[in-house]
Design a protein around this ligand. Sequence first.
Ligand code: SF4
Length: 214
Amino acid sequence: MEAPSERAPSHETSAVITPSTVVPWTDGPAPTLADVQTHLGECTRCELCQGRQSIVFGDGNPDADLMFIGEGPGEQEDLRGLPFVGRAGELLTQMIEKGIGIPRSEVYICNIVKCRPPRNRNPLPPEVSACRPFLDGQIRAVAPKVIVTLGKPAASLLLGRNVAITRLRGTWQEYQGIPLMPTLHPAYVLRQYTTENRSAVWQDLKAAIERTRA
Ligand code: SF4
């Protein structure tokens, strides 16, 4: 996630919570991304709605073979309404375009939560739960051949257990029948900018793109 902002944490103001609604795509035909986004609307299902400038739904090819899932929007993402457009996003784009050699527009990128957590803290369990149906809807809509999770929270959520990302990265996992490659979050790589970390992510992305072509 991006560098901390100066904005006050949203929990200092009162919550505007609406009840979670039953999502229409848990069974039956897969939704489109537009269906999911329409259902999300101007969401106030968790407290993260209070501090946001934008809902950062997702970006990229709706028929992508490769889907990237991060943790939550940072400052730049919140301002621009797009995922992974700050410094970490630039690194991710570079790794996709120069590392594995495909345009970023060919992949689909989103986050576990669609609104920026205050001071870029990790999303809290109620926030993750409130937003989870929309991530599930996105995964069903895109139906990627391979999912790449970026960082520990995304891998832990999809695998349903608390993972040690530095140990798990680079090993094939599965989410609802879809091969899943956990890798390091680009913000972590920026903080620990070592050849070893850059090379680890590059290897993971290379394995992921090769799997989409298998
Ligand atoms: S994080 Fe998700 S559930 Fe929470 S307000 Fe934003 S869109 Fe709604």
